[in-house]
Ligand binder design. Structure first.
Ligand code: HEM
Length: 412
């Protein structure tokens, strides 16, 4: 069966309004759309997205297959140092059996206990960031709160000393802007611009030095557990220790930053929900699940077909990219009652915003805890929610959320 995409997806410059309409139209007409011209596939339905995500044999995450072998490893800096291959050890782009092994190793480090133990620290970091903004007439919530919170939490989790948190935040900012700048990476060879490559090496030196220290003197942090973790007698290589750290930093902060921003937008657009949360703060976790459903920070999941297959009745050939719209799946009227209504009491709420299947977000308990503490404490101190100007959205289709959000409602 051959279908043609009538128009490309609109960007999110308007906060995603046009994109949502485009998705709703496509979802009504095609649950799955195969475009012969671009030889690519888009998925709009909930059941079809779920089916794709739970079948890694057919829908692979190993995008390394798209580039020549070892292309990523072949890069060197201007002074001849090899640049680490970022795909090595990156869970999101690894298939079983390697994925299962790596995931077990990371799981040994990112234990539920390690996450629970951070609760006090997250409360302390949140209070410090809110104190620093208190009384100001205008503040950018992204740079002042939503971004530094998760980055500092990851630094804490890894055991990076507090004195180096600023440096760590600088790296995170540079990586995020590189990630969302078109053309920042030479996609054919997976080569990074020289300044990014230099930054990565600087970061690698720091992390590996820190890891060597933890090997000699283990502590109770994730890095100590990463260097000690073992599956079937196998430990992580030095490069893997670094790329996993980098993955935790990248995956663990931008999504949480976006989720917090999206929460304020949803609450601003739904004053009754905001009033209900102020009345009953125990409703915050449910409200966050609804924000995740309504405005997922990662609106798209990509996979690569390994063989000819059929999804939602549509034939898809082997070796093509499938883009699955989580944003659309979360608004599928076949799965959710009144999907366009933002309902903080929605239960059950089986959104796909943390993924599904073997790649389900390993940091979900941490992300949920950070967001619960941050939103709860923010609401306690924010008298009235008022934007000084419309939030500035990211325009990349791979993220949904704001890069700037200035409030003009002073915090207590
Ligand atoms: C609340 C915010 C978060 C959201 C919305 C989110 C979303 C996601 C999604 C959708 C995936 C699956 C990607 C796919 O199937 O291709 C994922 C995977 C992942 N996330 Fe998160 N995430 C969040 C927070 C975190 C945090 C705090 C961490 C780490 C501390 C983290 C680490 C990871 C890792 C390592 C993976 C890869 C797992 C695998 O492939 O096995 N995430 N996340």
């Amino acid at each position: 069966m051959t279908e043609t995409v009538t128009s490309p997806p609109p960007g999110s410059e308007d906060g995603g309004r046009l994109l949502r309409e485009w998705l709703a139209r496509n979802r009504r007409e095609n649950r799955v759309l195969w475009d012969e011209t671009t030889r690519s596939c888009q998925v709009f339905g909930f059941a079809e997205t779920q089916q794709m995500l739970k079948d890694p044999r057919t829908f692979s995450s190993d995008f390394g297959r798209l580039v020549p072998p070892d292309a990523g490893a072949a890069q060197t800096t201007s002074d001849g140092r090899p640049v680490p291959n970022l795909l090595e050890g990156h869970l999101s782009v690894t298939d079983p059996p390697r994925h299962s092994k790596l995931r077990k190793l990371v799981g040994q480090a990112l234990t539920p206990r390690a996450v629970l133990e951070l609760e006090g620290k997250i409360t302390e970091i949140t209070a410090g960031l809110l104190d620093a903004m208190a009384g100001r007439n205008e503040m950018d919530m992204v740079t002042g709160f939503f971004n530094p919170l998760p980055v500092t939490v990851i630094a804490e989790l890894l055991g990076v000393p507090a004195a180096d948190h600023g440096m760590f935040r600088g790296w995170a900012d540079a990586l995020v802007s590189a990630n969302h700048d078109a053309g920042a990476v030479d996609a054919e060879r997976l080569h990074l611009p020289q300044d990014m490559a230099g930054l990565l090496l600087e970061m690698q030196d720091y992390i590996l030095d820190h890891a060597a220290h933890r090997r000699r003197e283990p502590s109770d942090d994730v890095l100590s557990r990463l260097v000690a973790a073992e599956v079937d007698g196998e430990r992580l290589s030095e490069t893997e220790v670094f790329t996993i750290t980098l993955m935790l930093l990248l995956a663990g902060h931008i999504s949480t930053t976006l989720l917090l921003g999206n929460s304020l937008i949803c609450l601003d657009e739904n004053p009754a929900a905001l009033a209900a949360l102020r009345e009953d703060p125990s409703a915050v976790p449910g409200a966050l699940e609804e924000v995740l459903r309504y405005s997922p920070p990662a609106p798209l999941a990509y996979r690569l077909t390994t063989r000819d297959t059929t999804l939602g009745g549509v034939d898809i050939p082997a070796d093509v990219m499938v883009a699955s719209w989580v944003l659309s799946a979360n608004h599928d009227e076949r799965q959710f009652t009144d999907p366009e209504t933002f309902d903080i009491t929605r239960s059950p709420n089986p959104h796909l915003s943390f993924g599904h299947g073997i790649h389900f977000c390993i940091g979900a308990p941490l992300g949920r805890m950070e967001a619960r503490i941050a939103l709860g404490m923010f609401l306690e101190r924010c008298g009235e929610l008022r934007f000084a100007e419309p939030p500035v959205p990211y325009t990349s289709p791979t993220v949904l959320g704001s890069k700037r959000m200035v409030l003009s409602s002073p915090l207590a």
